[in-house]
Design a protein. Sequence first.
Length: 157
Amino acid sequence: MRFQPWGEAPVNEGRVCIKGGAATEVVDHEDRLTEPLVREDGEFREASWEEALERVVDELERIVGDCATLDVRRLTDAPSPTDSEEDGLSPEQEAALQAAVEHGYYETPREVDVGELAERLDVPRSTLTYRLRRAETYLAKQHVSQRWTPDSTTPRI
């Protein structure tokens, strides 16, 4: 995992905050839990998500009785931030890119800036900027990968 500055960030102007800078240490740390642990006879052991959730539900029922309910609708792995790059553009990225083209964001000079485009799409400026950046990254990588051969360092012409 790596971080790159996002120069148009409205709050930190592209600088990484202390928490963000330390994120890779947390995500990649050898002590990070990736599976649920349950306590049995005073010791922790790995358990399945199903077992861990059943224990939570059982304990909640024991404590609060019929006063509360818990309904788990879906349990899945969170997608990686790069998953969409491998599968193409997300629908949100496609919509952002299409609107940017239609409203003249890529014209020279620009007919609309990112703030105005975000208002037209009724999304936060930071969200639109992120979606455009991801779409542009995907398209640029696709373009370059088609022009370079695996065994050369120069582009094909």
